[in-house]
Design a protein around this ligand. Structure first.
Ligand code: NAP
Length: 253
């Protein structure tokens, strides 16, 4: 059973993701790493995306050590990649793995908080490139493949600053507002297909990203990436087949 008011209480069956091939972006660290390990543990063949091959190889080794299916590694710097590289990535997935049943768009960046008046344009552009433009290009490149799945799930990553603007959160907040819009629009377009798309707002989570806007915080009070895993399992597995176009808080108030 899934309860949107207590999303982290969901209990996934051990083989929830058996026979599924799932791409996780930003799988080298933080939430993406924890979720990739969990997806593999629940039976998926996981495609690990990130920019550091060394960090991805460490996750790869952990997946092998836990006895899960052999993953794949696809390094790509989202700040620099353009459409042909995303199309090539989709082709590699199709030729090497034969199918794709899900994408978790998790990779993201933030900068130190700053008023829009003083925000560096280069930082603004990089954040849009990584946090939203890559989501558009990767999704578009993979949609044909996802439509060949019997039931495909796309998860995007939102934020608490994606629904109401807050001073000094500038480009990060704007990019996450865009994620919410992208998710709603694509969900509407995919309504009659086998592909669904939903957003997760992780809430405050103990990662290296969180420490940038909150450097002095007592991290012992924060949820860990592992704590959030149940919601990511729910939206990726077939228990959520009827859920489309939602934006779900991992830590509802
Ligand atoms: P994190 O620990 O900093 O991990 C971010 C991941 O994205 C890493 O794997 C990182 O790779 C990858 N990445 C960053 N820039 C990239 C690029 N240019 N190309 C390819 N990969 C790149 O962050 P996190 O806290 O787990 O955040 C995950 C998602 O949750 C983000 O979308 C974030 O906005 C969202 N979120 C987080 C919180 C929170 O409190 N932590 C709250 C709300 C929303 P490297 O290992 O190479 O750095």
């Amino acid at each position: 059973m899934f309860d949107v008011k207590q999303p982290l209480n969901y209990q996934a069956s051990a083989d929830l993701l058996k026979n599924k091939t799932i791409l996780v972006t930003g799988a080298s660290d933080g939430i993406g790493r924890a979720v990739a390990l969990a997806y593999a543990k629940h039976g998926a063949t996981v495609i690990l995306h990130g920019r550091s091959v060394e960090k991805l190889e460490a996750v790869y080794d952990q997946i092998i050590q836990q006895g899960s299916a052999k993953p794949a590694i696809v390094p790509l710097d989202l700040a620099k990649a353009s459409l042909p590289q995303y199309q090539e990535l989709a082709q590699v997935i199709e030729s090497d793995l034969g199918k794709l049943d899900g994408i978790l768009h998790n990779a993201g960046i933030i900068s130190e908080l700053s008023p829009i008046e003083y925000t560096d344009a280069a930082i603004w552009h990089e954040m849009m490139q990584v946090n939203i433009n890559s989501v558009f290009m990767l999704t578009q490149s993979c949609l044909l493949l996802l439509k060949q799945s019997s039931a495909a799930s796309i998860i995007t990553t939102s934020s608490g600053v994606a629904r109401k603007g807050r001073a000094f959160w500038g480009p990060y907040s704007v990019s996450k507002f865009a994620i919410e819009g992208f998710t709603q629009i694509l969900a509407d377009e995919l309504e009659k297909t086998c592909v669904r798309i939903n957003a997760i707002n992780p809430g405050a989570t103990r990662t290296k990203m969180r420490a940038i806007p909150y450097p002095a915080e007592d991290v012992s009070k924060l949820m860990t990436p592992d704590d959030l895993v149940p919601l990511y399992l729910y939206l990726m597995g077939n228990d959520s087949l009827d859920v489309n176009g939602q934006s779900i808080d991992a830590q509802p108030k």
